[in-house]
Every structure is written in C-alpha cells, then in structure tokens.
Design a protein around this ligand. Sequence first.
Ligand code: PHE
Ligand code: ZN
Length: 874
Amino acid sequence: MDALEATPAIKQEIFLKDYQPPHFWVDEISLCFNLGEKGARVTAETKFRRNSKTDNALVLDGGPYMALESITVDGTPLDERAYTVSATALTVHSVPDQFLLKVVTKLDPVNNTRLEGLYHSSGNFCTQCEAQGFRHITYYPDRPDVLAKYTVRIEAEQSKFPVLLSNGNRVAEGSMSGGYHYAVWEDPYPKPSYLFALVAGDFACRNDHFVTASGKHVELNIYVAPDDLNKSDYAMASLKRSMKWDEEVFGLEYDLDIYNIVAVSDFNMGAMENKGLNVFNTKYVLASPETATDADFSHVEGVIGHEYFHNWTGNRVTCRDWFQLSLKEGLTVFRDQEFTSDMASRSLKRLDDVRILRLLQFTEDSGPLAHPVRPEKYVEINNFYTATVYNKGAEVIRMMHTLMGAETFRKGMDLYIGRHDGHAVTCEDFVVAMEDASGLDLKQFRLWYSQAGTPHLKVNITCSHGTAKLTIDQSCKPTPGQPDKKPYHMPLLVGWLDSAGNPICPNIGAGGKWLKESCLLELKSPREVFEFMDVPEGAVISLHRQFSAPVKLDHNLSDKELAFLMAYDSDAYARWEAAQQLASRQFLSEVNGKPLIDGAFEKAFHFALRDEETDPAFVAELLTLPSEIDLGQKMQTLDPAGIHQVREKLIKKLALENKEYLIKRYTKLNTGVYSLDQTSVAKRRLKNILLAYISVCPEGATYVETQFKAADNMTDRMAALQLLVHSDYENRQELLNGFYETWHSNALVIDKWFSVQALSKRSDTVEMVLKLVEHPSFSFKNPNRVRSLVSAFSMLNQAAFHISGGAGYRFLAEMIVKVDAYNPQTAAKLVAPLGRWQRLNAVAMRQMQESLKWILNKPNISDDVRELCLKSIE
Ligand code: PHE
Ligand code: ZN
C-alpha cells in the first residue's frame, strides 16, 4: 500500500451537505457552433444575473480540453488581468449585477475519445452533456439548478453534414458561402446545461407524427445511418406507444412541436433524454427480426419509453444537484417498468426487473461500492449512474406506490409536477408531494434514500389451532461509512392458498389489510408479529408477493410447501421464487457435499415441464435454474468452480431424466412462421430453454446445429449459437467463424458474437477471451464492443472470471487501463467485479487486490477509475 499513498485522488470529494445556490443565474444563452473536421469554434453569449447581494467573482466551470480564444463582458474585451483560466474553471474577478458574457472556445471533437462534450462518431458530430459535459464545450455554470433558455445556431459543410439538429424548434435555416449551411434552433423551455444537445451529420430519417390528447400535432423523427433505416420501425412504434401511455396513465402530454431521436454507434450509456433531441446508443434503436433478439426488442421499447418519460420526470421537473439523481432516474425507471408491464406481461416484466436488481444492485449493495439511493458524497459523479440510483431508486418509488395504491400515487404525481414544473428540486420534494397527497407519514420511509445496504427479513411461521403467527425480524448489514442501520418502513405483500391451491383470505388483525387476494403488511420495527385467524388445515402462506420490497427474505417453509407454491401460487413472482429457492436448496446442499435424497426440485421440474396450461414464457422461467451468480450470493464463502460443476451436473441430470419429453415438446414448439407477437415470443422462450437441456444430451449436437442453420430470426439463431459455444461439438469453431463472416458488417450482431464467447461455460474461456482482444473487430474505443466482451466476461461469467490462477483478474485490470486511456467513464464501469473479493478464498482475494493495486500504480489513471479502485481495495 505504501506506493499508493504517494498518488492521492486528484479531485476533491463533493458533499451533499455543502450545497449552496449559485451566485449567478442565467436567463438566456445563445450558442453558435462552427463545425469542421479540423476543429469546432463555439461562440457563447450568456446573459447573467447576480443571485445574491454578495460581490462574488464569476466562476464558471470549464474543461482542460478546450482553448479559450476570446472573452468580452458587455462587448468590452477583457484585459488578461481581469480573469484567470485553470484546467477546471474560468474566473472573471469583477462583474456587474447583470451582463452579457461572450466567450469563444475552440474544440477538437475528432480526437475526443471520451465521448463527453462534443465528439465525432462514424463521421457525424454529436454531444453528450450529462452530467458535466457542457463544461467541455464552453465556460458555464455547469450545474442542474441553473435553468436557461437556449438558442443554438449550427454551421457546417452542407454535403457532409446535411442534418443539423438541436433542442426545441427549428426557427431558421439557409445556405452560407463555401458550401456551408446553417440551422437555428430555439428551445422555449428553460433547461439545465446537461440537457443541451447538438447533432450534425448525414442520416436517413424515419418520419411520423403523433396527435396529442389535446389535439396537438407532433412531428416525430428517428435519424439513423442510411443502411439502418429498415431497422427503425420498432423504435418509432414504441415512441408512439410511450406518448399515448404517458397521457393515459399520468395525464402527461408532450410539449414541443417536434421530437427527434438520433442513433449513434459510439455512446457511453444507453441513451440520453436531451430536450426534444434524444441521442441514443444504436443498441436501443435498431431492431429487426433478422438482427435483434426478442430481448433486444423489449429493451428498445423500454429505453425509448424511458427517455420519453424523462421529458416530464427529469426535464420539466429537474434535479437541484447531482445527489438528487435518483429523483429523475429512479422515478423514470419506475415509469418505464410500468409502461413495459402494460404493453406486454406484467408478471414476466416483474421477474426480469427482480433478476436485474439482484444481479446488479444486490451485488453492489453487499460490496465496497455500496452507497445510498441519494449518495452523500462523490469524487466523480459519472460513477454514480449505478444500479442503486436507478434500479433500487425505482423500487423505492414502487414501495410508495404499493403503500398508497395506484390512484393516490397518481394524485401525488400530479401534485409533484404541478408544484415543481420548471424547477430544479430534491428527492425530499418528491416525498413531501407523496405525503401530502396520501396523508401517509413517510418519515421513517425516507431511510430508503439515506441508508445503503439490502435489508434482510427473517420470517418464522407457526400454526396452531387455526391461528397462524408470523414473526418477522428485519436487519441490515453495515455498509461503508454506515455501521449501524435503523429499521426500514416497508410493504410486505403476502397471500394464502388452501390445501387445493385456491386463494383464501383469512382474517388479519391490526397492521394488515387485504387488497384482493393479497394482504398488505406494513413493517416498521425490528420485529413485527402478525396473526391470521381461522386458517384452514393444510393452507400455505405465499410471502413477498410481487417482490413488494427490495429485500432478501428467508423463511421456514418446507420443501413440500415450496413445491406446492411453485405449482399453484397465483402470484407469479412468489411462484417463481418458490422454484428458485427449491432449486437453490438442492444446489447448496450438493455444493456442500450432502446430496438431497428426496429430490423435491426434480419432481417439481418434471411437473412444470409437462404443464401445458401455464403461459409457456412462465414455464420457461420455472425451468430456468438460478444462475451461478444467484447461487453464489447464497454462499458464505463463494466457490465459483464448485457452483459451476454442481449446476452443470444438475442440468445434465434433469435433461437425461426428461429427455424424451423435452424433445417432444421442443419439436412441437419448433414450428410456425416467425412473428413478434407475445404468444410467439413466449413459445420461443420456452423452446430455447428446452433446447438448452437437450443440448447436453448425446443427441444434442444435431438439434442445436439444425436450429442454428435453419433459424429465420436472431432469437433462435443466438440461442443455438450460445449452446454451440458452450459445447465441444465437432464443428463448433467452423460455425462460429461462419456466423462472423455472415454478420461482420453489422456492429450490433458482432457485439453478440463477442458476448456469447465471453459467456462460454467451457474451461478455456479465458484463453479465448484473451485471443478475442486481438481480433481485428475488437476496439478499445467503442464502448459497446468493450462491454460485449469485457463486461460480459467479468460481470456475468462467474466461473471463468474467477478461474484459479487469477488470469481473469489480470485480464480485467489490463482492459481497464487500456480503455481508460481513451474513455475514463467506460473504463470506470468495468471496475466493480475486482472489488468483490470479500467472500473468496485467501489466494483469490490477494490476486484481486494485487490487480487493483496494479491499476492504481499506473501513471495517468483517471479520477473516475481511481475513485472506484481506491474504494474497492479497502
Ligand atoms: N440520463 C440518461 C438516462 O438515464 C443516462 C445517461 C447518463 C446518459 C449520463 C449519458 C450520460 O436515460
Ligand atoms: Zn434515465
């Protein structure tokens, strides 16, 4: 550790408690961009107005990658002694109470590999300003509580950049000398700088329109690369569905005459909600049956919805400071989840969301990077776009929704929007609106915003003479900086089934209330006791319905009771969770060397496989074993290799025991023409799970190869390809190469080709992944490509990443350093797996810490990566 202390974090920590309103407001800003391959010149004219009676100097944020060309105040050029420029700020020592500042900066977008500020992607110019990218474009108070009206003029060569876009409405356009042309955009809604955007390039446009509930005509455009136009229909349809849904469910209408979406292939995140001009990662716009899987289609719909919903929750009502990030993100994730639930299957969507939460957020919450939904401090805000802020944030909103019911929640939303439209506010403001609308006391509930960590519920059920007593203990382990936790206020939904599997509603005393088939219990104290009366003989309780709170829950139900719930529970989450728990019990006892004799899970599997009444998509869920990562979370000491072995063994056993039926049902499902409707998606889902079991049987190769070659859609083709990659079938490599040849010009499909290999279950995966880094199609500069290989391997392939010897850790460390040289934000997103050494054996633990140290000792590591490595090593 000695060597490390010589390189402390360069950037200072910023604290929520230090928040101060800005010294100056901005009423208006007018920007002119002159774009050329040799550079971009930005002229910013900003009207400032002093906010306080103090005589503070004007301090503006600015980045190290731009050059200041000139500066005037109210038309007078500033003397060099009148201002100071540093790597992070421009200070004008003395300014009047109101003035116009004119600043000219010169940028180098073509060499901007950080993909923040103004940059170049596939020959087009685009911007990314959230969270603090605007300061790399011009000097400005780059903070979300400064709201201003923007006018933007863009000038560029007409032939290369025929499309010129910015926020709001286009108010002028025309040609200029030298083959240039220009466009002027005006956004009538005051906004923070992080919502500014500009795009200039050569695109094809899918055009459509939407008529709002009040009869307003809105022009809709999706701009993509000319070859991709045929893959933009689903995004457009999703956008129209989003607009309609927000009107129907939240009474929120779109507020401009035009809505533009642009797809770019180099993007740090999924997409960005810039006012009237969303910029998207191509991954969340482009989809056709030939190139996208069913899951891809669903993600496109979800992200299109998410960015659209931000127009009200994020843009019209924005965040006071970045500690409030979950104000917009948690709420908007909740809204996109509800949208997807209403468009397709609510219960299946819930399973997807729970799985993601457990995979990403529970892991985050149990490691060194744990932080509250509303963090108290940060070094680099980009490191806080996390599963905690987004997904746990959405669960916190969902709990309020559960506690007060949909109707009251809607009243709370109306109140929130009505009160705060046009303002920059806090999570507290949201909770107050919800309290005012519902009359609920959410004082204790607020701990969900300030305490990190996943609460743990222990439920003990005892039954005597028809009275069932539920004793629920809650606790929460310490997290960094938070050794002691207070008890949370949370809703727990439970239900009862009689011995025939029918729902019943036994009487509940105080503290519980029946809502249709489920009973809402409110937990507040470390121990809560509830009693249900007149419970019939043989009835079984169903706990944690709908996953009503983001907690881990243990109980004393028997294997038999779990199998019963797995067969009959009317609540999809509880039914699925019963299956998962039953399977986990079997695994864990086997990993620990005690095989289960009665095979309760095997019987339940047998039964579920033959269930022809339940939705096939849900049957597929019941037949999917808990992932290696899920199982790992349940072990005191993590044994990745052991888990992998036992899981593979169980898969094989289940497959061989049910082989004939698996093949029979697979064959029956493997018919019909491709369609994207829900029934077909559900059948494909089940079919491909069945194929996974068949693939490990002796005749598996034939089935997998046949599907791979005959597939007329990417879902079936990818499912087969993944199984091929896991296998040691004879022509494995040949088919894998063939896939590459066929699809080499489609970047999103090639991303998948990298991912399936990174996810391989084979023991030579690390060597394969090391070789893939050398592949001509691999690139350290493209975030999608980096994630498709590096994140897939290190975050999702537990057994391969933790292979003994530490090769997986060294590989990841090297990737982080390489990517960091181009793109710190994307590099920092790769760090987390190296910090999860706490439950590994001593050797692996040391190897992971060595890898972190190795990164920290590299010269020139970014603040982004340094912050996370330092936290991870502690
Ligand atoms: N605000 C974007 C979203 O959630 C995410 C994002 C953050 C994009 C930072 C780019 C940069 O929709
Ligand atoms: Zn968002």
